[in-house]
Design a protein around this ligand. Structure first.
Ligand code: MG
Length: 462
């Protein structure tokens, strides 16, 4: 072989190996901690004042913290469907409300979850906590890629609840181990502690092989509870106590990874399924959480409902103390993990998530991969964001006369609280965002304008 050809071959080989180590490296373990209804302002580093979250704060100082991270829906079920499938909840048929103990639907068995793609790569896969994607056996986590399951199948307020409209009384809140009910109406003060012990056992059992742990905590969702060690500890009352215990849980996970010497090959992600609940807490006599400077909270498409804290840590791969302001979503987690682990993303279907590793790793000049983000509630398209601009095209309070209302435009860079409507002065922006809304209606449908989506997939049915 001539010298120039040999040189070219060497360059190609070097490039190939370099590409491998950047794109794949050693495939990391993945831990996703998902809080339930913890608001944007409910972490110390995001501005919480009346309780402390030293472990989450430390996690942020050792990794990346996102300031424009969105879940795909402002309530539990659709938000979780999106996280686990990388697809919009309306696309997978779970955009409407949440699942209840009387529901006969669930995440379709043909949907491919993060657990399934990682299991295909030889990962041990475990879930500890709240599922809420269908409580009938065919919808359980063990049928969606998880080797093991310990937790509750829906929200912690649904046990023994009477649903007047459906004339249905729910059974006692079950705790499942894999597919068996092993307990009913558990003492909720012990849930966070028990989930944490289960999670740590899973990590220890699987320390010598790649693992995926999904830890969707039940707190701080109503009814709030904390164990003896935390109850009465924070200045905010039981809501703050419950979050301090969640923070302890995160600390125990990080400590375990450190003790086992695997924290440099483990990606840990912390986020929340939707914003903090505001008004209902006041009715119940509790002090609510906080969505920081964001408007409103859970159940709404104002920023407080869908923009959530998101912290990601992977020592040696994610730079310490990075603050990422670019827009990212929970739907991006599946495609990103697929990229990082060499797993194959689900084929033959539309995924809404994109690889956000460039944002997580602080790549110079990296920009959000999303031209637009769509805010849906109950299959109604309510708002669209593109760049700093957010256009509300439907507000529930407008009612049936929505067509008579002018869309509201906010510049989130200048007005994060969505206070000043600037639609009048930015007609060109309104036109551009209306076109993006129209694209979403064609694709996903929109109950507010009576549109059927072209690219929606069926919900799972009994
Ligand atoms: Mg929730």
């Amino acid at each position: 072989m001539s010298a120039p050809r040999m040189f070219i071959l060497l360059v190609l080989l070097t490039a190939k190996f370099a590409a491998l180590s950047v794109a794949q490296g050693p495939a990391p373990n993945v831990v996703i901690v998902f809080a339930d209804d913890q608001g944007y302002g409910d972490v110390g580093v995001y501005g919480a004042k009346e309780f402390r979250t030293p472990n989450l704060d430390r996690m942020a100082s050792e990794g990346v913290r996102f300031t424009s991270f969105y879940v795909a829906a402002p309530v539990c079920t659709p938000s979780r469907a999106a996280l686990l499938t990388g697809s919009h909840p309306v696309r997978v048929g779970l955009g409407n409300r949440v699942l209840f103990p009387y529901s006969t639907t669930g995440l379709h068995p043909n949907e491919v979850t993060v657990a399934e793609i990682l299991r295909s790569r030889g990962y041990a896969t475990g879930i500890v906590g709240k599922w809420h994607l269908g409580h009938h056996t065919k919808f359980l986590p063990t049928r969606q890629g998880f080797d093991t399951y310990f937790g509750i199948p829906y929200s912690n307020d649904m046990g023994n609840h009477r649903y007047a409209r459906e004339n249905f009384v729910a059974p006692p809140l079950p705790i499942l181990r894999d597919e068996e009910i092993i307990e009913q109406q558990p003492d909720q003060t012990q849930l966070t502690r028990r989930y944490t012990e289960e999670a740590i056992r899973f990590i220890r059992d699987n320390k010598d092989r790649p693992f995926f742990l999904y830890l969707p905590h039940s707190m701080p969702h109503w009814p709030l509870a904390a164990s003896e060690r935390f109850a009465g500890h924070s200045k905010l009352g039981i809501y703050g106590d419950a979050i301090e215990e969640l923070d302890w849980s995160v600390g125990e996970i990080l400590k375990t990874l450190g003790e086992l010497g695997i924290d440099r090959r483990t990606l840990v992600i912390f986020t929340s399924d939707n914003g903090a609940t505001l008004a209902p807490w006041q009715r119940r006599g509790y002090r609510p959480g906080s969505n920081g400077p964001l408007r409103a909270g859970k159940n709404t498409t104002w920023e407080g409902g869908m923009r959530v804290p998101a912290i990601m840590r992977w020592p040696g791969r994610i730079p310490a103390g990075l603050v990422q302001d670019e827009l990212a979503t929970a739907m991006d987690i599946l495609p990103t993990i697929a990229k990082l682990t060499g797993a194959e993303a689900p084929r033959g279907r539309i995924l809404d998530g994109k690889n956000i590793w460039p944002l997580m790793s602080g790549e110079a000049g990296a920009r959000t991969p999303h031209e637009a983000f769509h805010y849906y509630r109950d299959e109604r398209l309510q708002a669209v964001r593109s760049g700093p601009w957010k256009l509300h095209v439907y507000r529930p309070e407008w009612g049936d006369g929505a067509g008579d209302h002018q869309a509201l435009l906010f510049n989130l860079d200048e007005d994060i609280g969505e206070n000043v409507d600037v639609a009048g002065a930015n007609a060109d922006v309104v036109t551009r965002l209306l076109a993006l809304a129209e694209k979403a209606r064609e694709d996903l449908g929109d109950a507010a304008t009576g549109r059927q989506g072209r690219n929606v997939r069926p919900v799972g049915r009994l």
